[in-house]
Design a protein around this ligand. Structure first.
Ligand code: GP9
Ligand code: MN
Length: 648
């Protein structure tokens, strides 16, 4: 070691500090509970690369400037480690670069944050110790300005170029593995994703990302993303938003207005529940017997659609709670978590409600811990608030346990409250313990293995929902609540191509986006609606039922009102694929999605009309979807719903 890295080499400090940086990243992960990283190699490589990129450039400076540079970087490293640790301890998630814009707000939290400081955090200040020891040792001896390897003695100037190249190569190598190693090459050495969820989570689970590449790289990636993302709106953009707002008719009161005034709102967002499985039998056995009963007893919307983009579950939550379209190509929960929203929980809070969310996953998944406060949830129950049954047969809490434990929590909630419960058991790959698989699917059936697993899991979740509703009746909450049950998105494995095809109102391409919505409440009638509706309509519908009038910017309509419109987009290209109204249907699943290449149909879906008949409708929807995107991108929601004036 002495020979390769003598203490009086000008490489000594940056390399020692980079090694310490790797260790500090690992210690940070241990502190926040991410103990066993299955990504050891990737982690070391990516954190070392960043350490070299941080401390390495010190070799370009001479004499004291070198130490000044290292001191500045060390201070930054200390600040970010401490800030991230305290943020995690307080909010249960990792600090995003966009949160820094609102750093001022944390002064009011200073007192409670200070309570989280502990002596062990001194670990994140050790770089100063290394730096001062280095300075002390190097002061005694002359710095060697030669290559530490072999007898090659290059001039200091040339060496600087050489080291600069080394820094770039090490940095690029590490980042090359991070960026391009997914699924092949080096990445396979460390880990191969087993499920789609795991693959997605590389991008959208901050926990996984921090486990793989460390907190600094997570923050750096987020910072770069934020910088590249333009959130500046042009005067034309603002004009478009205002034009949309002026044109949109105000949502009027329907005769159901206030029929459930001051009742609790209990939302059950069911993982991957498609409408196609309702009222269907296999081997004479109903797939969703409980949902079928509930659909008959409440308001049931069977021509209702999900509008999720890349954010799946999180997008469903986003659309439901904001009545804004999900973004294409990016996920609002991740990239716009620090916007000012006027979401349903905030609205209800203003109207005297307590607001809770319950979901037995890591709070950081889909960045929920960061966005939930912005949506108005005052308390969130997540994985660690629930107890896994013993013996533990699944990684995730089975839905019946989730509902039972949620029910227990809910008895302590002060009314009126809003509680959003998000299920998990029917998530891909739909594997539930065999003793919970109670649907008898014949060996010879049109379903493949994953579709069978889906049916088993949805049958199980249906049973769990039945138990939960029965529990609400026992503890008296049922009579004081409006209960909403809907699917977040389709099952992605073609189930709706095989089942329910004859009963669905949806056409082939939109079948898997057709999810059920059931609204239950003692004052709500039993009625099935086949008028088109979507997650966008949830907010205004609930507002009306609860008798609340708001100035929120809403893109949906009251499902119990007279106007009905559903617009679906391609999750990645923005192109409108479907528009459903009371009398016209536009659909376009062609590549490129040019308006002219679509089809305009009369409501019956039988007669094809000239494409021009759908032109105005299409243009209105292009404007609406663009306005929604711009409102999110430009963080305009609160400005639009308050009296603040927006000028083009
Ligand atoms: C994650 C869960 C599933 O917490 O809600 O998300 P998905 O993979 O369906 O988007
Ligand atoms: Mn989901």
């Amino acid at each position: 070691m002495k020979k390769f890295l003598p203490k009086n080499s000008f490489l000594f400090l940056p390399i020692s500090l980079a090694i310490l940086f790797v260790a500090q990243n690992q210690i940070f992960n241990i502190f926040v509970g991410l103990h066993d990283s299955p990504f050891f190699f990737l982690f070391i490589l990516s954190t070392f690369s960043l350490g070299i990129l941080f401390y390495g450039p010190s070799v370009l400076f001479s004499k004291w400037w070198r130490y000044v540079y290292l001191f500045i970087i060390s201070s930054f490293v200390a600040w970010l480690f401490l800030a991230q640790y305290l943020y995690f301890s307080y909010f249960g998630g990792f600090m995003q670069a966009s949160a820094l814009k609102y750093a001022g707000q944390t002064t009011s939290l200073a007192g409670s944050i200070l309570n989280l400081v502990s002596f062990s955090l001194i670990i994140f200040l050790l770089q100063f110790v290394v730096l001062f020891i280095g300075i002390f040792l190097q002061k005694k001896e002359k710095i060697i300005d030669t290559l530490p390897l072999g007898g090659f003695t290059a001039k200091w100037k040339n060496l600087r170029v050489f080291y600069l190249l080394c820094i770039i190569i090490i940095g690029l190598f590490g980042y090359g593995v991070i960026l391009f190693g997914n699924g092949n090459g080096w990445y396979k050495i460390t880990h191969f994703p087993q499920t789609i969820r795991e693959m997605n989570s590389f991008v959208y689970s901050p926990n996984m990302t921090v486990q793989r590449i460390g907190i600094f790289n997570y923050f750096a990636a987020d910072f770069i993303g934020m910088t590249l993302r333009s959130t500046k709106l042009t005067p034309e953009d603002i004009a478009l938003v205002l034009e949309w707002k002026d044109a949109v008719p105000k949502i009027g009161k329907t005769n159901t207005f206030g029929s459930a005034k001051n009742k609790n709102l209990i939302i059950i967002q069911v993982e991957s529940l498609e409408n196609s499985v309702l009222f269907q039998k296999i081997n004479g056995q109903e797939i969703t017997p409980n949902l079928n009963i509930l659909a008959k007893h409440g308001l049931y919307f069977n021509n209702y659609y999900t509008q999720v983009g890349a954010g799946n579950t999180a997008d469903a939550e986003f659309v439901i709670l904001n009545s804004l379209y999900s973004l294409t190509n990016t996920v609002a929960f991740i990239d716009f978590a620090h916007n000012k929203y006027h979401a349903l929980p905030s609205l209800l809070k203003e109207n005297g409600y307590r607001t809770y969310s319950l979901h037995a996953d890591e709070p950081t998944f889909w960045n929920r811990s960061n966005i939930y406060p912005a949506l108005g949830y005052e308390k969130s129950f997540s994985k660690s608030d629930f107890v896994l049954p013993v013996p533990m047969k699944t990684e995730y809490l089975p839905d019946s346990d989730f509902f039972a434990q949620s029910l227990q929590e809910m008895t302590g909630f002060q009314s009126p409250f809003m509680a959003t419960l998000i299920t998990l058991s029917s998530h891909t790959p739909f594997k539930i313990p065999t003793n919970l698989q109670t649907l008898s699917i014949p060996e010879k059936s049109p379903f493949n293995a994953i579709q069978k697993d889906y049916l088993q899991s949805i049958h199980y979740t249906d049973m769990a929902i039945g138990e939960f509703i029965a529990g609400l009746k026992v503890n008296g909450l049922y009579n004081n609540s409006v209960i909403a049950i809907y699917g977040d998105h389709g099952n992605l494995y073609g189930i709706s191509d095989l089942i329910g095809t004859s009963t669905t109102k949806a056409f082939k391409e939109t079948r898997s986006s057709n999810v059920p919505l059931i609204l239950l409440g003692t004052n709500l009638p039993a009625k099935t609606y086949s008028t088109p509706g979507s997650h966008l309509d949830f907010y205004p519908t609930v507002e009306n039922i609860l008798g609340i009038t708001s100035t929120s910017t809403l893109f949906g309509k009251d499902l119990l009102g007279k106007t009905h419109r559903v617009t679906l987009r391609n999750a990645y290209s923005k192109a409108i694929t479907t528009i459903l109204t009371g009398n016209l249907t536009y659909k376009n699943f062609t590549d490129g999605g040019l308006f002219e290449n679509g089809e305009c149909l009369s409501m019956s879906k039988q007669t094809v009309l000239p494409i021009e008949d759908c032109k105005t409708l299409y243009e209105e929807e292009v404007k609406a979807t663009s306005a929604s995107d711009l409102i999110i991108k430009g963080n305009l929601e609160l400005k639009l719903s308050s009296s603040q004036t927006l000028k083009p």
